[in-house]
Design a protein around this ligand. Structure first.
Ligand SMILES: [Zn+2]
Length: 286
């Protein structure tokens, strides 16, 4: 336990300074055991389990009377043996990405919540945090691209505003983008960012890779371009979307360009939770 606490303190310090460097590479986190795309209706929630630690990216929506959080999110976390959340990244303050925060915070101890400072003055963000009764001392506002090494695992987090030479007003395009790499297995999550952001990522993030790519914006026609797929050539593309959702996600054009490349399509609406296990050949479907 002491070892675990020490690790978290190191992470907190690293985030607080906005600079995560190689000197933290000796800290303990085993290879990523698994990454699970939770079925939370029309929304996003991804669980990354690394040794005894649980990293969550987004919480999904709450649903009517918290039905989604209570019937899908919490039971799934229980199923995967989650007792507390070590790190929670919120990509952006939209309901389908952070609506479940209130129930999550009621049921689980959340150690650290990582938010992009593009949203530091967002009333929407602050309303979600207030509603969920989040202790502000747990919040880490990222003010730059941040990398941290957890022994073999690198989690590289980028705020698009760091890469794009013009101001973006779109909440979606300011989504935190995350690459998880352990040298063999890798995944990219881009929240609801559009093709504009993807293009800048390609030009500015040459080291990124993905066995598993979560399609941007639930498979919207404005995300997951051919160029993006050809640059990362993932083995799997995950669409995180609700059954018969009113947005028609994933868009047929996006499904087509994925299929044409022989990439395996995985959908949270038809398959429920989608679980990948780290292996010597990259993430494999469990
Ligand atoms: Zn969304």
């Amino acid at each position: 336990m002491v070892k675990h606490r020490k690790l978290l303190i190191v992470i907190i310090l690293a985030f607080s300074t906005g600079v995560i460097s190689e000197r933290f590479s000796s800290y303990i986190f085993t290879n990523p055991d698994r990454i699970i795309f939770l079925s939370v209706g029309q929304g996003d929630c991804t669980l990354f389990q690394c040794g005894p630690y649980n990293v969550l990216v987004d919480t999904g929506p709450a649903g009517e009377n918290n039905s989604i959080a209570n019937r899908l999110l919490i039971p799934s976390l229980r199923e995967y043996g989650v007792h507390s959340i070590d790190l929670l990244f919120i990509t952006h303050p939209d309901y389908d990405h952070m609506g479940g925060l209130k129930m999550l915070n009621k049921r689980y101890s959340i150690q650290n919540i990582v938010l992009g400072d593009a949203f530091k003055n967002s009333s929407k963000m602050h309303n979600f945090l207030k509603e969920a009764n989040i202790d502000s001392s747990k919040i880490i506002w990222l003010n730059s691209r941040s990398k941290f090494h957890l022994r073999d695992v690198l989690v590289d987090v980028v705020q698009p505003k760091e890469m794009i030479p013009f101001q973006m007003n779109s909440t979606n395009d300011n989504s935190l983008c995350i690459n998880i790499l352990d040298g063999r297995s890798s995944a990219i999550l881009t929240g609801d960012a559009s093709c504009v952001v993807e293009l800048y990522m390609l030009n500015n993030l040459p080291g990124w890779s993905a066995d598993v790519l979560k399609a941007g914006h639930h498979g919207s026609r404005y995300s997951t371009s051919s160029k993006f797929l050809d640059a990362y050539h993932p083995k799997y593309v995950v669409f995180s979307c609700g059954v018969n959702n009113s947005y028609n996600h994933p868009h047929p054009r996006v499904q087509d360009i994925v299929k044409k490349r022989g990439i395996s399509i995985q959908r949270t609406d038809s398959k429920k939770n989608i679980e990948f296990r780290a292996s010597d050949t990259g993430f494999v479907l469990d």
